[in-house]
Design a protein around this ligand. Structure first.
Ligand SMILES: Nc1nc2c(c(=O)[nH]1)N[C@H]1C(S)=C(S)[C@@H](COP(=O)(O)O)O[C@H]1N2
Ligand SMILES: [Mo]
Length: 251
C-alpha cells in the first residue's frame, strides 16, 4: 500500500511540470501562429485561399455523390407559403429592362441559338412547388413558385446531348449576375424555370419574366431574370464562386 507521502509532489517536480506545461502552451501558440501565417500566404483561388478552396472542392465531391433524383427537397402545403416574400440580391437587375421585349437566349451549340418568348415557355407543362428557400446569409422562407420543369424544357428543345455535358451556365441579360450549375442538379425533378410566385407573374425584383428555382441549391444559384442558358464541360463563371464561395452550393 502506498503511503500518503509518496503521492505528494515536492516543490521541484511541481516546478518542472509547470515549466513543461507552459513550454507546450508556448509551442502550441507558435504552431497556431505559424499555421495562420502559412494560410494567409497561400495563393488565392477564385476568392478563397487555396487550402480552403481544396476543402470546398472536396466537399463538393462528397455532396454531389449523395445527390440523387430520388432524394427530394421537403415540400409544404400551399397554406405554409409566405405571402410577403423576401427579396435579396439585385445584381443583374439594375438599369432599364423591358420584360415585354425579353426573349430567352438558349445556346444549344456555337451557331445554334434559339430565342424563346415567355408565352412559348408558359405553354409547356406547368409545375408548382412550395419549399423552404435557403439563403447562405442565414435566412430561409417557405415560398410558392410555378414554372416548367427543366427536364420538360430540355425535352421540348432537344437538349439531351447538351445535358450530357457537366454544367449548365445561366446569365442575366446584362451579364452582371451569372451562375454555373452541375447538370445532375439541373436535371433534378424539382428544378424549374419559374415564371410565377404565389400564383401571379413574378415581380421584377424577383426575377421576371423567368428565373431559376432549384431547391437542391442555396439561394445564390436561383438566378433571377435569366437572359442566356448554355452548356459546358467546364465550370461556367459563377458570381459568388468568384467571391470565395463554393461552386456547388448544394444543400
Ligand atoms: N440576378 C440575380 N439573381 C439572384 C441574386 C442576384 O443578386 N441577382 N441573388 C441570389 C440570392 S443570394 C438569393 S438568396 C436569391 C433571393 O431570391 P429572392 O429575391 O426572390 O428572395 O436570389 C438569387 N438570385
Ligand atoms: Mo442568398
Amino acid at each position: 500500500m502506498k503511503t500518503l507521502e509518496e503521492k505528494i509532489l515536492d516543490n521541484r517536480s511541481i516546478r518542472n511540470k509547470t515549466i513543461l506545461s507552459f513550454s507546450f502552451f508556448i509551442l502550441f501558440l507558435i504552431a497556431c501562429f505559424a499555421g495562420w501565417n502559412w494560410l494567409q500566404n497561400q495563393p488565392n483561388d477564385q476568392g478563397a485561399l487555396k487550402p480552403l478552396r481544396t476543402v470546398l472542392n472536396a466537399n463538393e465531391k462528397i455532396f454531389s455523390a449523395i445527390l440523387s433524383n430520388d432524394h427530394l427537397a421537403k415540400t409544404y402545403p400551399l397554406s405554409a407559403a409566405a405571402v410577403r416574400v423576401r427579396k435579396n440580391g439585385d445584381a443583374g437587375l439594375k438599369g432599364d429592362f423591358d420584360p415585354d421585349a425579353w426573349k430567352l437566349q438558349l445556346i444549344r451549340k456555337p451557331g445554334d441559338t434559339l430565342f424563346i418568348g415567355l408565352e412559348e415557355i408558359r405553354s409547356l407543362p406547368r409545375t408548382e412547388i412550395v419549399f423552404d428557400f435557403k439563403c447562405i446569409e442565414g435566412w430561409s422562407q417557405v415560398t410558392h413558385w410555378a414554372g416548367v420543369k427543366f427536364t420538360d424544357f430540355t425535352k421540348r428543345y432537344g437538349l439531351d446531348e447538351q445535358t450530357l455535358k457537366k454544367y449548365t451556365g445561366l446569365h442575366t441579360p446584362d451579364d452582371q449576375y451569372y451562375v454555373g450549375i452541375d447538370n445532375k442538379s439541373m436535371l433534378h425533378p424539382q428544378t424549374i424555370l419559374c415564371y410565377e410566385m404565389n400564383g401571379k407573374p413574378l415581380p421584377l425584383n424577383q426575377g421576371a419574366p423567368l428565373r431559376l428555382i432549384i431547391p437542391v441549391k442555396y439561394g445564390v444559384k436561383h438566378l433571377k431574370r435569366i437572359g442566356t442558358i448554355y452548356f459546358s464541360d467546364h465550370r461556367p463563371p459563377d458570381y459568388w464562386y468568384e467571391r470565395g464561395y463554393d461552386y456547388f452550393g448544394g444543400l
